[in-house]
Design a protein around this ligand. Structure first.
Ligand code: IPE
Ligand code: IPE
Ligand code: MG
Length: 241
């Protein structure tokens, strides 16, 4: 279970999942439109990926657009779609060069053909990389993902006895990813907002009041240091107390 590594005495989580929240408030604080905040919120991703990679984190998952975010004004939704497309155009080559394997979590239905093509291009290009797996949860909702898994299990005609926890994990869009060890949320909110609700059953949580565009490698290192102080018990009893 503890497939973690240590660097300079630091216990490194194998999988970090981040809820990138606060872009809108970051923009408002500066008198800018919300989309300027969303755009700024893609600028720090490169340095976070590099820091994770340098520290030996093997899986990084970013929550970029939830199934509930469709309820925002259409201009904001369209802007967010465009920002994802621009991010793929701008970053895929350098991510590929760094050995990053890109994955998409969630549904591709509802997304424009052009954006779907970009996503497929990036996934195909990087599919053999294995230094770091970067999963982007986009049009993702934990409940929808469970619904889709149940539908696929039923469609395949599995018998009730054949279904266990591993079966369900295998049918989720996170199939093959280890559960997150650490969940980071920015902007001072303390909730999951439908992110990886199955996978985070035993994850450690860490939050900061900083808005997402202000989150960088320094805060990431702090989160990892704090994680190292936690005692994970997975329902067992304490080893030290
Ligand atoms: C997070 O920032 C990005 C998305 C949810 C797409 P928000 O847009 O939620 O920013 P706040 O929470 O309104 O500040
Ligand atoms: C969660 O943030 C979704 C993403 C970061 C993509 P929200 O801003 O949508 O969540 P709530 O509405 O504050 O719970
Ligand atoms: Mg928000």
């Amino acid at each position: 279970m503890m497939a973690e590594s240590r660097i300079n005495g630091l216990q490194i989580p194998q999988h970090i999942a981040m809820i990138m929240d606060g872009n809108g408030r970051w923009a408002r604080q500066r008198g800018l439109p919300r989309l300027a905040g969303h755009r700024a919120g893609t600028e720090n991703i490169r340095s976070i990926v590099t820091t994770c990679s340098d520290l030996g984190v093997r899986y990084l998952t970013l929550y970029a657009f939830s199934t509930e975010n469709w309820s925002r004004p259409s201009l904001e939704v369209e802007g967010l779609m465009k920002i994802l497309g621009d991010f793929i155009d701008r970053e895929t080559r350098s991510l590929h060069a760094q050995g990053v394997h890109l994955r998409h979590l969630g549904r591709l239905e509802g997304i424009s053909e052009t954006l779907k093509e970009k996503v497929h291009y990036a996934l195909d290009l990087t599919c053999h990389n294995d230094r770091l797996t970067l999963s982007i949860a986009f049009n993702y909702g934990g409940r929808t993902d469970i619904v889709d898994a149940v539908r696929a299990i039923v469609a395949e005609g599995l018998s009730p006895e054949a279904i266990d926890e591993q079966t369900i994990s295998r049918y989720l869009s996170t199939s093959g990813l280890p559960d997150p060890d650490l969940v980071i949320r920015t902007s001072g909110e303390w909730r999951l907002s439908n992110f990886l609700i199955w996978e985070t059953a035993y994850s450690e949580y860490w939050t900061t009041p900083l808005y997402w565009p202000d989150f960088g490698p320094e805060q990431l290192r702090q989160a990892i240091r704090d994680y190292g102080q936690r005692e994970r018990r997975f329902g067992g009893i304490s080893q030290t107390r």
